[in-house]
Ligand binder design. Structure first.
Ligand code: A2P
Length: 269
């Protein structure tokens, strides 16, 4: 849990982060983040779109852990595709968290959530240019994208100055993201894995359950360890203390043969 990856700009990012998607604002978000920090997490992933930034920020403050020891990510809402809009939204995020700076800020998606698939290449460039400015101003330590596919990545690379440091994508056993990962590797963009447990739906998968028995760990630990061995940073979400803790106890090695077996699991949801 205290190990790091290093982004292309030299910034260190803890290998496992707490996901907070669908974690309710108020006590639920506050308690999950505080429990995670008390149990060694130093990486918290939120987004304006999760509507829990204020509770996340409050928990980070109340933890008493120095701000610079915690890596915090937030995301620009996916319908904001202008330069000015992105600057304003960043301000709002910083205020909600009550921070002076952010560690990582991502464009939440290449398309607005209610128009998934719509091409917004120009808007993504405008929003990203605002993030480049904030990065140069020292307001953000790393910038990036989320849910971007190769064509969206190429668009940013072609029209912007700073290669994104991170692409945060859905990544879990059985989900084929090989094309996006290939594109990220080519450009030295670090991959973060959200929903590493397949939003919980992988935990009853027969192959994973059997593998968990073999290694004497839980299915969740197999899923998280798989993401780590693939060189990604998993962001498991949980609101339960024992699970939040369990999700960091992944100091075992899945053999090459068993990784190969997991590579061939077919998603059935
Ligand atoms: P809960 O928040 O009630 O603990 P993902 O990270 O892939 O989105 O998966 C999150 C889902 O998996 C949530 O429903 C969460 O439930 C559940 N979950 C997280 N960690 C564990 C675990 N160690 N064991 C069982 N379920 C888990």
């Amino acid at each position: 849990i205290n190990q790091h990856y290093t982004l292309s700009n030299g910034v260190k990012i803890p290998k496992i982060g707490l996901g907070t998607w669908q974690v309710k604002d108020g006590d639920e978000a506050y308690n999950s983040v505080l429990i995670a920090l008390k149990n060694g997490y130093r990486h918290i992933d939120t987004a304006e779109g999760y509507r829990n930034e204020a509770s996340v920020g409050r928990a980070i403050k109340d933890s008493g852990i120095p701000r610079d020891e915690i890596f915090v990510t937030s995301k620009l809402e996916s319908h904001i595709k202008t330069y000015e809009g992105a600057l304003e939204a960043f301000d709002k995020t910083l205020k909600a968290l009550d921070f002076e700076y952010l560690d990582l800020f991502l464009i939440h998606a290449p398309w607005p959530w209610d128009e998934v698939g719509k091409e917004c290449h120009e808007g993504n460039v405008l929003a990203y240019k605002a993030m480049e400015k904030l990065y140069k101003d020292g307001k953000i330590r790393a910038i990036g994208i989320s849910n971007f596919e190769p064509v969206d990545i190429e668009n940013i690379i072609t029209h912007c100055e700073i290669v994104p440091h991170v692409n945060q994508i859905a990544y879990f056993i059985g989900l084929d993201q090989s094309k996006t990962i290939e594109s990220c590797n080519k450009h030295n963009i670090f991959v973060e894995a959200y929903s590493p447990l397949g939003t919980g739906r992988l935990l009853s998968n027969e192959v994973i359950v059997q593998m968990a028995e073999k290694y004497q760990v839980s299915p969740a630990q197999i899923c998280i360890r798989y993401c780590l061995q693939k060189g990604t940073a998993p962001l498991p979400k949980s609101t339960h203390e024992e699970r939040i803790i369990m999700n960091t106890k992944v100091d075992f090695e899945i053999s090459t043969d068993d990784m190969n077996v997991l590579d061939h699991v077919k998603k059935n949801f």
